[in-house]
Unconditional design. Sequence first.
Length: 202
Amino acid sequence: MKKLIISICLNASCIVFTAGAFNGTHLSKALYLSNLNEYGQETTKENRDLSQYDLSEARLTKSNLTGADLAGANLTSAVLSQANLSEANLIDALLIKTRLNGAKLSKTILIGAILSGANLTIADLTETNLSGADLRDSNLPCADLSGANLSGADLREADLSNADLTGADLTKAILTGTILINTSGLTDEQKTYARLRGAIFE
């Protein structure tokens, strides 16, 4: 199916929104995503439901997606730099090579999500649920993962240098080649577990 590319501009701000089909409902959601709703309508529950949407390559820098339902959505190669996705539902979402640098993902649900190659530099991932997530080759330097659930997550070759892992759950996480240089908050037990599984500390 071909994607229809819609560019919405208002007050010198623009967003590119892609979808397989585009109608009035999609337009309302596109306006919500970009915070460009000129009528100032309150966000409705329907507008927050973006589950299964194809938002690949969408440019959503600094968008407010707090509490949005993006379960199963395709956000491959999307730009979400400095976006607010706190408490959003991203279960099983595709975030391959997605730019999330500086994004707020506190208490976001990312169970089973695929974030391979994603850029999460300086992202706020406090108390985020990443259990079973695929984070292979992802970039998380200086990210705040305090209290995050990384149980069963695949972190092979991921870069977590200078990240804060205070209180993070790494139970059964795959850490082969994971870069943990200058990370903070790991317990001695977690460091031993990580070393035995091939994590890099220096």
